[in-house]
Design a protein around this ligand. Structure first.
Ligand code: SF4
Length: 373
């Protein structure tokens, strides 16, 4: 017999967060790991604490060690390999943060880090350096960020990010949306959230309606594998669309998760089916603790070549990298490379400058101290 009480609880996003295993013993138990596996992964779990919603955990195949859901949430000893622990912030976000919680890397765009909390700790995360930190947005900090946006009229797009910005309280999100809607030169607002994938229960009709009231708001989500395209995820996306929030998807190319053309083909087609446009497929940035997920750019380009002509162009995202040292985001095609230096491919970035992209740099830059608020 179906237990309606348990079903109702499972459909409640606050219950999902309250019941999410957020320490290593709880996650290891939920994934039914053996004592030797627990011990082998202990160091990585201590360095980067695990977290997963019961919903996302329910998608994992516990009997398959290569399961793509499991790989995205399970600490891996490779995360603490010594040669790769240096590049915590390769995109230089801390260096480009003129006021608390705001990153201004590209002239026309600004990123607001609304919080540092997530519903799931994705092992490939670009900002895993921030896990467990608190972003304390006081009133003066809020006003300083808005003043910065007002004074920098070249900013035409604001990206709400985190952590996951949609884990903030409704009142906080609504306050930001109203404030940003009052900036006449800002024509688009992108909300970067993985909640449609890991906590679709968050998208109640009321919550979607609140997001839909914000003019120019898009939601950029982060599906990596077709197994994440569940009935719940599809229903959440449809509610967002009905409320007037267009959706795009930004995947990361992850070794052992989605680094095959057939997986990305199925993902792209499945996304279209629920009204989400595949937008970007990012090559993994050289972030500390994520090296084992990187495929190398050449592999990414091979996959893109396999996709071309075998599936509708609508289902194919742009394959992109973030160039180091502020060189910008660059969409790559098989002929993008303008040479190589020391075995690493080179690409033309912002201002026509040529950037060497270390596909697998044995000596990443040293970590800088975290900037204070
Ligand atoms: S939800 Fe986004 S910010 Fe949070 S851990 Fe996953 S990738 Fe990182």
């Amino acid at each position: 017999m179906v237990d309606n009480g348990a079903q109702n609880e499972f459909a409640d996003w606050r219950w999902q967060l309250a019941r999410a295993p957020r320490d290593w013993p709880s996650l290891a138990a939920a994934l039914r790991l053996s004592p030797s596996e627990i011990e082998r992964r202990q160091g990585a779990a201590e360095r980067y604490p695990p977290l997963a919603t019961p919903y996302y955990l329910s998608l994992a195949d516990l009997d398959d060690p290569d399961d793509p859901i499991r790989r995205q949430i399970l600490p891996d000893p490779a995360e603490i390999a010594p040669a790769w622990t240096a590049a915590a912030d390769p995109l230089g976000e801390q260096d480009n943060s003129p006021v608390f919680g705001l990153v201004h890397r590209y002239p026309d765009r600004a990123l607001i880090l609304l919080n540092a909390r997530c519903a799931v700790h994705c092992r490939h995360c670009l900002r895993k350096r921030n896990w467990g930190r608190e972003l304390a947005w006081s009133q003066p900090r809020f006003e300083r960020a808005l003043r910065y946006l007002r004074e920098h009229q070249e900013i035409r797009e604001v990206i709400l990010s985190g952590g996951d910005p949609l884990l903030s309280e409704d009142a906080t999100i609504s306050r930001w949306l109203r404030a940003l809607a009052g900036l006449p030169r800002v024509s688009s607002l992108r909300i970067g959230s993985r909640l449609p994938v890991v906590l679709p229960q968050r998208f109640t009709d009321e919550f979607c309606a609140m997001l839909g009231e914000s003019p120019g708001a898009w939601l950029a989500t982060h599906f990596n594998h077709p197994r994440e395209l569940t009935g719940e995820a599809g229903a959440a996306c449809r509610r967002l669309l009905r409320a007037g929030v267009p959706l795009v998807n930004q995947s990361v190319l992850l070794k052992g998760v989605n680094d095959r053309a057939e997986v990305l083909r199925e993902l792209g087609l499945g996304l279209l089916r629920i009204g989400v446009k595949p937008y970007y497929l990012f090559h993994g940035d050289p972030v500390a603790g994520t090296r084992h997920f990187r495929t190398g750019i050449r592999r990414g380009l091979e996959i893109m070549a396999e996709l071309r002509g075998t599936v509708s162009g609508l289902a194919i995202p742009a394959f992109a990298i973030d160039l180091p040292d502020g060189g910008g985001k660059l969409a790559l095609t098989p002929d993008s490379c303008v040479g190589s230096e020391g075995g690493a491919p080179c690409f033309k970035g912002l201002g026509g400058r040529v950037y060497r992209y270390a596909d697998d740099d044995p000596e990443p830059r040293r970590q800088k101290p975290e900037a204070g608020g």
